[in-house]
Design a protein around this ligand. Structure first.
Ligand code: C2E
Ligand code: MG
Ligand code: MG
Ligand code: MG
Length: 277
């Protein structure tokens, strides 16, 4: 009986595996068509200056709506897009769209707004990445100093020599670079003095339980102090409560982003917020 049971389990297990593989293939097929079928949109989450409370820009976050599946989170499909190489086309679309939208806001009179765009490792490492960025700026007419590119530590440290050259060229062009999810990489900090970086974005895992005199507060404080010493700006991600905001203010953190201020919004909703300010 137990053998029979085991046998059944084995069959069940392999069916599950098939389902997984099938699902991946299916997803890949859907992802291949998503750009052409205009299933991607961008949402914009306000970036806020803690001292003045003013909104100074936004992070562009991709959204995928598939008519059969519904919404699929970027945490799910960006890795698949990287594995398949589709990230280059998707990433180019994001850059073009984000620059175009930010230029539109400039044209409406919000000429101080920055736009922060996530760049995946494979996208950054592609041969023509600089050309893709230049084209997005040229076609939109957005001045380079209003564009921020978000890279992770592992992205920059892959192919280090090449990465440094690309980052230096970005800096020469006047584009800013942020380190996304800062504090979650396992790399040494020595790269911080060699690389042209403008901002550290403290990962939201350090903010989630942030209260005064906790170990998270000690880590956040250390990052802010180090950032100041290196003349970097520091932004806290994932700020959800007033208490977290107050602690960050007390620790002299420059910038913040999170549900406490605003969730990521579609462009029209973001615009309403601008007009109300
Ligand atoms: P990320 O770049 O670290 O973006 C921040 C994520 O935290 C976003 O999730 C945002 O919606 C979420 N978030 C913002 N405030 C809060 C908060 O107060 N609490 C909590 N719990 N979450 C908050 P999202 O939009 O699901 O994106 C997830 C990740 O997917 C991003 O993390 C980024 O790594 C990636 N991603 C998103 N859009 C793009 C894109 O256009 N290109 C690339 N390459 N990656 C993207
Ligand atoms: Mg980001
Ligand atoms: Mg982040
Ligand atoms: Mg993060």
């Amino acid at each position: 009986l137990s053998k029979q049971k085991g046998g059944n389990q084995l069959t069940f297990f392999s069916e599950e595996m098939n389902e997984e593989v099938l699902k991946r293939f299916e997803m890949e097929g859907y992802l291949r068509k998503a750009l052409k079928n205009k299933q991607f949109t961008l949402h914009y989450q306000p970036l806020v200056c803690l001292e003045s409370g003013e909104l100074f820009g936004s992070e562009a976050l991709i959204r995928w709506y598939h008519p059969k599946i519904g919404n699929i989170s970027p945490a799910q499909f960006i890795p698949l897009a990287e594995e398949t190489g589709l990230i280059n086309d998707i990433g180019r679309w994001v850059l073009n769209e984000a620059c175009k939208q930010n230029k539109l806001w400039h044209d409406q009179g919000f000429t101080h707004l920055q736009i922060s765009v996530n760049v995946a490792a494979r996208q950054f490492q592609q041969k023509h990445f600089l050309k893709v960025v230049k084209d997005a700026l040229q076609q939109s007419g957005l001045p380079p100093k209003y564009l921020i590119l978000e890279l992770t530590e592992s992205t920059m440290l892959k192919n280090k020599k090449h990465s440094i050259a690309v980052m230096k060229e970005l800096q020469r062009m006047g584009i800013q670079v942020s380190i996304d999810d800062f504090g979650t990489g396992y790399s040494s900090l020595s790269y911080l003095k060699d690389l042209p970086i403008d901002t550290l974005k403290i990962d939201r895992s350090f903010i989630h339980n942030l209260r005064m005199n906790t170990s998270d507060a000690a880590i956040v404080k250390a990052i802010i102090t180090m950032g100041k010493g290196l003349q970097l700006k520091v932004l806290a991600e994932g700020v959800e409560t007033e208490e977290q905001m107050k602690v960050l203010k007390k620790l002299d953190c420059h910038f913040a982003q999170g549900y406490f201020f605003q969730k990521p919004l579609v462009n029209q909703e973001f615009e309403k917020g601008l007009q109300q300010q």
